[in-house]
Design a protein around this ligand. Structure first.
Ligand code: ADP
Length: 250
């Protein structure tokens, strides 16, 4: 689904990403881990269209998307979850979801949630879809809450919900376990797995929480010093001495 080919990103003389190649298979939940400064965030920014690489190529579903901005990638079904912006915190949960298609290009609302016969009532369709997304995520009970009043974990679920409003194909998740309590973390893991299984979403996940990685991701790619050190099943990765050295050595 995503092919990173010999990507380099230089900041001045410093190679944050250095001739990095990796693939995220369609239908997988692929993890990206590595010590601080390994280049994970920079690589994510490149894949998400926030930065252009200094050199190298990014392919999305076989098509060259190198240097395309985030909104163009969005139109091709690649999305990154973002924290709910300040101005959205004063809107209800349902309204937050309803804003997504209005404010993003490349929208395509035809989806599994639309019932036949509802066409032509755009706002009510979008509202209906928002409510079905909330029910899917099991946060329908907070639909009329202001987004700013949600707990950290509920906000993450809402962020995931935003990706469902636009029928994403690939979702980049950036440290979503941070600050989320265990119960909601379980809900988040369950929902990511259901989106993967039932809707065929591909996920590419940066995460520091190893428990979350172990539960969710296969394979796991390890980055160090700007390129891929190794990849495989988390159980093998955790026994890999070079990986342990990269994390704890030096
Ligand atoms: P990770 O997410 O794995 O911790 P980053 O991608 O954030 O790693 O950073 C990789 C390296 O690139 C770090 O040494 C960081 O200081 C450097 N870096 C990241 N962004 C910039 C930038 N905009 N300008 C200069 N150096 C940067």
């Amino acid at each position: 689904m995503i092919d990173v080919r010999n990507v380099t990103k230089r900041f001045g003389g410093f190679y944050a990403v250095d001739d990095c190649s990796l693939s995220v298979e369609k239908g997988s939940i692929t993890g990206l881990i590595g010590p601080n400064g390994a280049g994970k965030t920079t690589l994510f920014n490149i894949v998400a269209g926030a930065f252009s690489p200094t050199s190298g190529q990014i392919l999305l579903d076989g098509q060259d998307v190198t240097g395309l901005p985030a909104h163009a990638l969005f139109g091709r079904g690649l999305l990154r979850t973002f924290q709910i912006a300040h101005e959205f915190s004063h809107m209800t949960v349902t309204e937050n979801l309803m804003m997504v298609p209005e404010h993003q290009p490349g929208e395509h609302l035809a989806s599994a949630w639309f019932r036949p016969g509802a066409v032509g009532q755009r706002e009510s369709e979008v509202r209906q879809k928002a409510e079905e997304v909330l029910d899917f995520l099991k946060i329908g009970h907070v639909k009329n809450e202001l987004a700013g009043n949600l707990s950290g974990g509920q906000k993450k679920l809402l962020e995931l919900g935003r990706t469902m409003m636009v029928d994403a194909k690939v979702v980049l998740l950036d440290e979503i376990a941070a600050g989320v309590n265990r119960t909601l973390l379980n809900d988040l893991v369950d929902n990511i797995e259901r989106l993967n299984r039932e809707f065929g979403y591909t996920f590419f996940v940066i995460e520091h929480d190893m428990d979350m990685i172990a539960r969710l991701c296969d394979p796991v790619i390890v980055m160090a010093s700007g390129s891929v050190m190794t990849q495989g099943h988390i159980a093998d990765i955790q026994r890999d001495e070079a990986v342990i050295e990269a994390y704890f050595g030096g």
